[in-house]
Write a protein that binds this ligand. Structure first.
Ligand code: NAP
Length: 295
């Protein structure tokens, strides 16, 4: 059986681990601290430390590597641009060096684009929007130089995360928890995204890991939607008044360092998924699915 080492036990890494283990595959999560709710066995790893990477690879002996670690907070990266770049670059270099020949998938971001175009496919020239995008682009270059690497650029990922977590919640969870408590949410009506369900990101990552994937793929959901319209869709699903969603310009809120458009498209991915009987769900279906399954 193949063994997959997933570096990063956060929101996306745990979804990928759950998908692989649910399919009967062997997956191991790794990060500096144990996750609150592990979806697979976990081992300690500091990806910024070459010796720690070598030890983890020696212990797991993976055939496949998924790089899905932080720093993932765009605002933190903007405040610490050199550390963000050094961490993403070092982590990717250490791990790909420790596991040469390993099938490697890097989960990258739409922030490698400046947001001036409403949509970006794989042929769009990169122009990072911020320090986070610059750091991820440097990591991408390392993976694309490996023998068997794929960079999977993913748009905003959403799903349930517990409200008590100390980290910045994904947008769906942040809105849904507040709206369920009857609290207002401030939502930019001038920032656009193509959101993807975490479960769909995990399914696509598993397919990309398996074989025959191109070296660069974009994964965005089928709907291009503003954060405000998305928050209103969550309010509708919860049956709470839309007036709880307060439309604000992005420049005034916590999303100021995001590009205007964080939207990804891909004919290449559509062909890849169609050949494997997979599809990516849109916002209405995704929100409905999550609310039916609300914790
Ligand atoms: N969430 C999204 O919408 C989205 C979209 C596109 C791309 N991505 C990419 O997916 C990745 C993960 O995102 P996420 O939302 O899952 O983030 P997250 O929930 O913040 O998880 C990040 C994980 O990385 C680990 N980590 C941080 N520094 C590490 C280090 N030096 N060594 C080992 N592990 C380290 C963290 O654990 P410790 O701090 O305990 O080590 C945590 O488990 C990021 O690289 C991001 O660029 C995310």
């Amino acid at each position: 059986m193949t063994r997959t080492l997933i570096v990063g036990s956060g929101f996306v890494g745990r979804a990928v681990a759950a998908r692989l283990t649910d399919s009967g595959e062997n997956a191991v999560l790794a990060s500096r601290r144990p996750p609150e709710a592990a979806t697979a066995p976990w081992i300690p790893l500091d990806a910024a430390d070459a010796a720690s990477c070598a030890r983890a690879v020696d212990r797991v002996r993976p055939d496949r590597l998924v790089l899905v670690h932080g720093p993932s907070d765009v605002t933190w990266c903007e405040a610490h641009p050199e550390r963000a770049a050094a961490l993403h670059t070092a982590a990717t270099a250490h791990l790909t060096a420790a596991a040469p020949g390993c099938r490697t998938v890097l989960i990258s971001t739409d922030n490698v684009f400046d947001g001036s175009s409403p949509e970006n496919d794989e042929s769009t020239p990169t122009a990072p929007a911020n320090a986070y995008g610059r750091a991820k682009l440097r990591a991408e270059r390392i993976v694309r130089e490996t023998a068997d690497g794929t960079v999977l650029r993913v748009s905003l990922v959403y799903g349930w995360e517990p409200p008590h977590t100390t980290k910045w919640l994904n947008y769906f969870s942040a809105c849904a928890h507040r709206l369920r408590r009857g609290e207002p949410v401030e939502a930019p009506d001038d920032q656009w995204t193509t959101p993807v369900l975490a479960a769909d990101v995990a399914a696509v990552t598993a397919a990309v890991l398996a074989a025959g994937a191109p070296s660069l793929l974009h994964l965005g959901g089928p709907d291009r939607i503003s954060r405000a319209a998305w928050a209103e869709a969550v309010a509708d699903g919860l049956g709470v008044p839309r007036s709880l969603v307060v439309r604000v310009p992005k420049a005034l809120g916590r999303y100021a360092s995001r590009p205007v458009n964080t939207c990804l498209t891909s004919d290449r991915l559509e062909d890849f998924l169609a050949a494997r009987g997979l599809r990516v769900r849109g916002v209405a279906e995704g929100v409905r699915t999550l609310l039916e399954d609300a914790p």
